[in-house]
Design a protein around this ligand. Structure first.
Ligand SMILES: [Zn+2]
Length: 134
């Protein structure tokens, strides 16, 4: 059974789900911007797609909330952006994921501690020594 996850902007709390996708604004280094759809299933990167913009593997992009336009980058040293996720029990979790296109690394945080990691490029990051952006 497919789990349902709901994603929210950490700043304005807007819901970012459209069906099974998370919709974000993306901006490339060259200034091109568009909309990107991420699969809301954690660790499933097969359906990441972008309708209006062409992304190259390995490209580092800026991701923004489509509602309040806040940059979602949270840990620049690791190219990780942040979203809030509400699980089926209604508990708020923090999701950190790579903004490097094609890099599969996602981290799920619960109470500021690492809860689980997804993706074949996941790294050993000592999150407890880092202060996450709020
Ligand atoms: Zn927002």
């Amino acid at each position: 059974m497919k789990k349902e996850y709901n994603y929210y902007c950490p700043t304005c709390s807007a819901s970012l789900n459209v069906k099974n996708n998370v919709v974000l604004t993306v901006r490339k280094e060259n200034g091109d911007s568009g909309i990107v759809f991420l699969d809301s299933e954690l660790g499933d990167y097969t359906k990441v797609n972008s309708s209006s913009i062409k992304l190259e593997k390995g490209e580092i992009v800026q991701l923004f909330c489509p509602v309040c336009h806040k940059n979602l980058l949270c840990l620049p040293d690791y190219n990780l952006a942040r979203l809030v996720m509400k699980d089926k029990d209604g508990e708020n979790l923090t999701v950190l994921f790579s903004v490097k296109y094609g890099e599969e690394s996602t981290y799920l945080m619960k109470n500021d501690k690492i809860h689980s990691k997804f993706g074949r490029h996941k790294q050993e990051i000592d999150f407890e020594s880092l202060s996450l952006c709020k």
